[in-house]
Design a protein around this ligand. Structure first.
Ligand code: FAD
Length: 391
């Protein structure tokens, strides 16, 4: 598939690999390559709008992907735990990589110095750089727009990205094995999808804050899940709960490609972090009540497992084993979307739309085993959304 077809068919994830530090925000508030698109072999062979594969031979759990083990845990550093999105897990792993000299730099996403609601790709080297990127940014990000500028230097990089970003790097490595030494650690997080920047604007408008008056904006953190917080130049602080900002605003602004994604759980990563929500005995759904931060860790490769071990052995993290069978209780959304993926893809194909290929995800078998009224409703709903131009 040509790359402009990926963009035109709303399959672009906005990863940034097909530009050289030159992504643009489009009129719908998503990050896109625009006129800077580089349609070369590197872009086409790794584009996560075209293909996704995990390239992992570990035992494959039909719902949760290739898994070595699952843990919950948190950072033992009070600053990391406080600022961290859940338990500061990703930040702790990155600090471990840097302090042990396993990588020279980390490619990650942080906030733009010029605009507190815009994300920027950062190349972090120090404790301070990494801490400055702690926390989830629920808006478009393109960490791979930095790849082309570092590809030919002699430095080694760890990368943090959404599952689609990480799948693109894994595809690059599968194509050119020498890149495994350049990008030896790929870290991801569970991802429910990328909301448009318009979602953030809607939060600001609800908080009655003008974007130009902002000096700081966080989606969460400073607690778990913590509040969405806008701070203005004259010191005014406006907040909103995570339930309200994610649950009633941001999740209505997801980009199309995310609505048909079959990998919200980082199957191509070495290790993946997520919220280890506590189970709620009342209705079987996870509880989003404020609590001490707790990350979920899914180790997918030996390297991922060793990195987590290292962070525990050095005293930087505390972890305990978690049962794979219980994941569905604390991450029901991810379970559901994977099971429904086959039906959504089928609906798109019937409507004549191209769909991203998910190789090694066994979506057909998972779908057939989970054929239900809900799946049929979702299938019909997808056809309707395509028909109405909403997908
Ligand atoms: C768009 C989005 C959707 C998510 N959906 C889910 C979900 O459905 N279920 C779930 O359990 N968790 C989800 N998360 C992950 C969750 O919010 C936490 O990131 C996760 O629990 C890890 O927390 P932590 O304390 O280990 O991370 P921290 O130690 O706080 O580190 C966060 C890391 O993520 C990077 N980062 C932040 N925002 C972005 C971004 N937009 N793009 C790329 N990198 C980024 C930062 O650079 C930092 O390195 C989502 C995160 C994002 C950004």
């Amino acid at each position: 598939m040509r790359l402009n077809k990926v963009v035109n068919n709303k399959l672009c994830t906005g990863c940034g690999l097909c530009t050289d530090n030159a992504m643009e925000i489009d009129k719908e508030g998503y990050i896109r390559p625009g006129s800077n698109l580089i349609d070369d072999e590197l872009s086409r062979k790794s584009c996560p709008g075209i293909n996704i594969a995990h390239y992992n031979n570990e035992k494959y759990d039909p719902t949760w992907g290739p898994i070595k083990d699952v843990f919950t845990g948190y950072s033992n550093n009070s600053e990391v735990l406080k600022l961290g999105s859940s338990g500061g897990g990703i930040t702790s792993l990155l600090l471990e990589l840097i302090s042990n000299g396993l990588v020279d730099h980390v490619i990650q996403v942080g906030v733009s110095e010029n605009n507190p609601i815009v994300n920027e790709t950062k190349i972090s080297t120090t404790f301070e750089d990494i801490i400055a990127c702690t926390g989830s940014r629920y808006s478009p990000s393109s960490p791979l727009d930095a790849i082309r500028s570092v590809l030919n230097n002699d430095k080694v990089y760890g990368i943090v990205g959404k599952p689609c970003d990480i799948a693109a790097v894994r595809a690059m490595i599968a194509e050119d094995k020498s890149l495994e030494a350049k990008f030896p650690y790929l870290i991801s997080f569970f991802c429910a999808g990328v909301p448009s920047l318009n979602g953030t604007q809607e939060i600001l408008s609800k908080l009655k804050v003008k974007p130009e008056d902002l000096i700081s904006f966080r989606y969460r953190g400073d607690g778990w899940p913590g509040l969405t917080k806008a701070i203005t130049k004259n010191g005014l602080e406006k907040t909103m709960t995570y339930n309200e900002s994610w649950g009633s605003i941001l999740n209505r602004h997801l980009q199309s490609r995310c609505k048909i994604c079959a990998d919200g759980i980082g199957e191509a990563a070495d290790i993946v972090c997520a919220d280890a929500w506590h189970e709620n005995d009342k209705d079987g759904y996870p509880s989003f009540e404020e609590a001490n931060g707790r990350s979920l860790f899914v180790t997918r490769t030996k390297k991922g497992e060793e990195l987590l071990d290292m962070a525990v052995m050095s005293g930087n993290m505390t972890v305990s084993k978690y049962q794979i069978a219980n994941l569905q209780n604390i991450q029901p959304y991810q379970e559901k979307r994977k099971k429904l993926s086959f039906f959504r893809h089928l609906a798109l194909r019937i409507m004549g739309r191209p769909v991203t290929t998910f190789k090694g995800y066994n979506l057909f078998h998972l779908g057939v085993r989970n054929l239900s009224i809900m799946a049929l409703r979702d299938f019909i709903g997808t056809i309707k959304r395509v028909w109405q131009g909403r997908l």
